[in-house]
Design a protein around this ligand. Sequence first.
Ligand code: FAD
Ligand code: DLZ
Ligand code: SF4
Length: 513
Amino acid sequence: MSGMLRVVLGDQCSRGLSALAGLDKDRDVVLLAEVMAECTYVKHHKQKIALVLSAMRHFAAALAARGVRVDYVRLDDPANTQTLGGEVARAVARHGSAEVVCTEPGEWRVLQMMRGWEAECGVPVEIRDDDRFLCDLARFRRWTQGRKQLRMEYFYREMRAATGLLMQGDQPEGGQWNYDPDNRKPLAKGVQPPPPPRFPPDEVTREVLALVEARFPDHFGTLAGFNWPVTAREAQAMLADFVAHRLPRFGDFQDAMAVDEPTLFHALVSTSLNCGLLLPREVCEAAEAAYRAGLAPLNAVEGFIRQVLGWREYVRGLYWLKMPGYAATNALEATRPLPWFYWSGATRMACLRAAVTQTRDLAYAHHIQRLMVTGNFALLAGLDPVAVNEWYLVVYADAYEWVELPNTHGMALHADGGVMASKPYAASGAYINRMSNYCGGCHYDVKDATGERACPFNALYWDFIARHAERFAGNNRMAMPLQSWRKMAPGKQQALRARAAAFLAGPEMRAEA
Ligand code: FAD
Ligand code: DLZ
Ligand code: SF4
């Protein structure tokens, strides 16, 4: 008797995946397929490919150890068609499957392909909801109805109440929903962030690392520092280490940046969450348990839970609400090509050099680096959102379009015209100087705005305000900088705009090597 073909994608390595629910071990087969199409639809960082393939191989082995019939197609299998649809069709024929069962994918692009599988395979294809999130898409859509503006904070409060996380009855723990004002400290002198735990590659991962080096030599990034959890057990160890050693100070230093401290007090769980090795509920519950046991303060735990229960769920809802049009948004009409230093790190701007080189070596930068360094520069310089979006999708090991695109077009670039955030996160060098120790070692002078060695962020900031003065005239949250610009002496305005123009025309901004 022919059973069902259960399809598991590379970012669906979760034991409780909806596509596996009701699996019949005697009749059903689980398919995992490594395919070039998914490894190259953008030229992902080498570490991202290695992470996904290693997680898939480990997940397949864990299923097989539980007596599940697993069909695993390797990238170098000569019969591999190298597309997901091609491999599903081949597997249906191989096993004589009566039906295909899958879980909706994380990307709109893949959902369109999945909808074509029925025609490609000649059997019914059931696409189940992805219930690994805390807010399902129908609920998110309902929440948006009748609202003039969507704001994460209100969504987050509803999710706190709905899940009971950090609640005292119907009131927020401690009486406040949000403790962000306590969470804006630069790294204090003498505070040494604990090093993240090590996950030495096992034989499976070593084989994958060699494969990736051989097959994707021209992709961005290095593999030497690969240290990502590739199994649920390792991911839980990363989470436990965070809760014990970094969570207590996560809040205080959430926005801090420091030379040679690429991870600070961050959790390093996004790669595991996004490929299914951890679930958002277990991550939030682990943080809440630390608070209840008196092991971590409320500002840290609330700040962390807000990222996972609030921002992560919110961006996913927004992505599916707004796609496919969202990817083409360009409200600020930005068209400048991406400067080459985004790939090479070869820039005299110390903050950008640090962000890009650590991204190359670790496939990781923390949120404030992504938002206020690489993102802020792209916003101020008017870089083309399509190019910036592709860069963010390529360079991070946790990057999938559902989470990356709203953060890039919405949060960093304001390309969506304010759907995601009420004002652009634009800042001059003063912000970076306040929150980091980058400026001390920089070629440029953060205190200067118009001289030859003036910090480029300063003139670019005012140039950005001037360029968009009319557009932001009705935005209360932009009133202060607009007023300061208007009050500025014309000579100073001119000097700032001239410095911005000279920098944008200069060698730092060249688009090719
Ligand atoms: P922590 O700082 O410890 O935060 C804990 C968790 O909260 C993260 O693991 C993540 O799951 C969640 N989280 C925090 N902020 C966000 C957010 N803004 N959106 C969604 N989830 C959030 N995150 C991705 O997972 N994939 C991406 O491709 C991605 N691209 C980004 C692009 C830009 C321009 C910006 C500004 C942010 C992006 N983020 C992305 C969000 C955030 O930077 C990362 O989730 C975070 O740096 C991951 O590291 P961590 O696990 O140490 O996070
Ligand atoms: C990201 C990725 C990569 C690099 N490789 C594979 C693969 O070989 N096979 C697979 O099933 N999935 C892979 N993925 C994940 C898919 O691209 C992912 O399912 C989509 O990005 C949707 O979120
Ligand atoms: Fe970055 Fe400007 Fe500081 Fe240099 S001076 S590190 S360019 S903010």
